[in-house]
Design a protein around this ligand. Structure first.
Ligand code: COA
Length: 263
């Protein structure tokens, strides 16, 4: 990962490091990848394009330099750019939340404020051992307003979430792993290879099963159990009726790998 980008570099680096996998790298390392309105817009456009591209099955999000993302751009706030209720900002946040394909956060270094909220919007979060995770908005006379007060307690429970939000203190990668905020911690140089490994495994599955499984799991955060179970039952029946499911059963009996076509 580069840490030498200048203002002229693209603020979001996009690549396809493996078939079916898109890598998006926040690239304002001199500002610890703070989420300017421009960067949020670039992220929204990249995800919209990934959503429409059937060849993209899974997206990895990471940061250049010594941060995943240090949160909303505080200097923009000082200059009145990208106000909290700016419809462009809110639309970008909504687009990220609504992305239907798996999104993996590969967290390097600082992940603070809106950066951690972005990582929590991802479906899987893994972190390098040097990661520092926190919601410091309280130090700026505010609190997390891009999903943090809702997603954090659902992920790690009330007391820990209150502690992080009300003190603003950051935690280490190993602590984040212990409380389930990230699923794995890797050596720094293993972060992207591991994220790519996970994304490649997911990209090899039936796209429909993956998309509906993601929705079903997200429903667990949103719905009463009875409604979630109802969705799960209907969605499972729909997935059982796909060609990919029939192909997987055939492949199992023929002792070969299935070839999924997304139908
Ligand atoms: N918005 C805008 N710029 C930011 C930023 C943010 N959220 N976080 C860091 N930066 C900028 C710094 O202003 C600095 O820019 P400069 O070199 O032009 O002065 C650069 O990134 C490097 O940050 P710096 O503070 O010098 O690095 P550090 O290693 O001393 O400290 C942090 C790192 C993450 C502890 C510190 O930058 C910080 O507290 N950032 C704010 C985090 C935050 O409150 N996020 C929530 C926003 S609502």
């Amino acid at each position: 990962m580069t840490s030498t980008a200048s203002d002229n570099d693209p603020i979001l680096l996009t690549s396809t490091p493996a078939p079916g996998v898109m890598l998006l790298q926040l690239n304002r390392p001199h500002k610890l990848n703070a989420l300017s309105l421009e960067l949020l817009g670039a992220l929204q456009r990249a995800l919209t394009s990934a959503e429409r591209n059937d060849d993209i099955k899974c997206v990895i999000l990471t940061g250049s330099g010594r941060a995943f993302c240090a949160g909303a751009d505080i200097s923009d706030m000082g200059r009145g750019i990208g106000a909290y209720e700016d419809p462009r900002r809110l639309a970008a946040q909504d687009a990220i939340s609504a992305f239907s394909k798996p999104l993996i956060a590969a967290i390097n270094g600082y992940v603070l404020g809106g950066g951690l909220e972005l990582a929590m919007t991802c479906d899987i979060a893994i972190a390098a051992e040097d990661a520092k995770l926190g919601l410091p908005e309280i130090n700026l006379g505010a609190f997390p307003g891009d999903g943090g007060t809702q997603r954090l307690p659902r992920i790690i429970g009330k007391s820990l979430a209150m502690q992080m939000i009300l003190t603003g203190e950051a935690i280490s990668a190993s602590e984040a792993r212990r409380i389930g905020l990230v699923s794995e911690v890797t050596a720094s140089d293993e972060l992207l290879p591991r994220a790519l490994g996970l994304a490649t495994i997911i990209a090899g599955k039936s796209p429909q099963a993956v998309r509906i499984a993601k929705q079903a799991v997200l429903n667990a955060f949103d719905m009463p159990l009875s409604a979630g179970l109802k969705f799960e039952r209907t969605a499972t029946a729909a997935v059982f009726a796909t060609e990919d499911r029939a192909e997987a059963i055939r492949a199992f009996t023929e002792k070969r790998a299935p070839v999924f076509k997304g139908r």
